[in-house]
Design a protein around this ligand. Sequence first.
Ligand code: AMP
Ligand code: MG
Length: 407
Amino acid sequence: MQAEIIAVGSELLTSQRLDTNSLYLTDQLNALGVEVVTKCVVGDDRDRLADSIRRAFRSAQIVIITGGLGPTEDDVTRDAVAQALSRKQRFHEEIAGQLEERFQKMGRKMAEVNKRQAFIIEGAEILPNDRGTAPGQWIDEAGASLLLLPGPPHEMKAMFTLQCLPRLESRVPKLAIRTLVMRVAGMPESDLDQLIAPVYKKYENPVTTILAAAGDIQVHLRARCGTEAEALALLAEVAAPIGQLLGDRIYSRNGEPMEAVVGELLRQHRAPVSVAESCTGGLLAERLTSVPGSSDYFEAGFVTYTRRLKAELLGVTTNPLVSKETAEAMAVGARQRTGSTYALSTTGVAGPGQGGETAPVGTVYVAIADESGSRVSHRQFLGDRDRIRQFTTQMALDMLRRRILGL
Ligand code: AMP
Ligand code: MG
């Protein structure tokens, strides 16, 4: 079964408000085995919304609309649905009475406009709202279901889980949707795709999606099967040859981020780490310590920008500041001063200006020090400041991962 979600509200078309309702609903529907094939955001405009509803009905068996059920002039969902389905609306005295009671309990008099919320589309089932004023509505038409849910997330979630899910469960053919996420470091997206496309292109199910961020590529496999066991077996079948092709460039087979994977390795090996950062300005320490329990293995971070403090805090006397020698001296210095098993360091030019360095923007040196000495890697990254810094931390964490695993 396929679903479409329509988020209603002109505020959702600005940069000030984000449609989060559809994310929640997508998770819930996927868990049921329903695929969300389209979602859209429509402003508070009756005609446009009616058009979207008609279109959604042609392509999905479940259409969920959130928002626009309030009492004010800009709440047009009821009218738009009535228009799209050519149905009338009926005033429900009982709902109006309940609304009035709700206001009385709060010691307020209900404004006349609130009565608008007592209009129900002909043939709709009422979904009571115990957290707000706007009741939801459930409409069945021509083999499809249309759900009208309130916009405020806590009202929408309660109404959906308590009232809609049980109904959907009894109607939706059982289908298990499961996702497997592999994460890969140190590889350009196009190289990765070229390598694994011959495998995943053979399969329509699971669906493969490749998401690339700075130094981090995620391969998502989504399987849809009759049972969970079948879905997991299918994922394993496709993941095996992909895993073989990518080898140890895969750092996670369950979607965990690099800092969690590295953290777990450090914990297992009882090997604490410290960092000395220049161009990443603390981002490497931030990533390592963002993992709960990281105090088990993270010892210290030095953020040393100036030459004087690189010398005073880390004993660095090398030149220039962005160089292989400085990176190694920073890592060795951090390890000596903390006594950590491992120390990582970063130095580079994050840009956009060169800041007095002779090296071009994007030049990065990352070093690792351990009992056997130090080693350094050099890269030339492309991108803005954020991206170069992100790339650099990913490269440092991956160097540590490889070092611990002996790769
Ligand atoms: P409405 O039901 O359209 O009056 O919406 C009431 C409030 O719910 C809005 O002001 C938003 O704060 C919130 N809201 C509505 N739609 C969404 C959505 N799709 N995602 C997150 N919040 C929403
Ligand atoms: Mg609204």
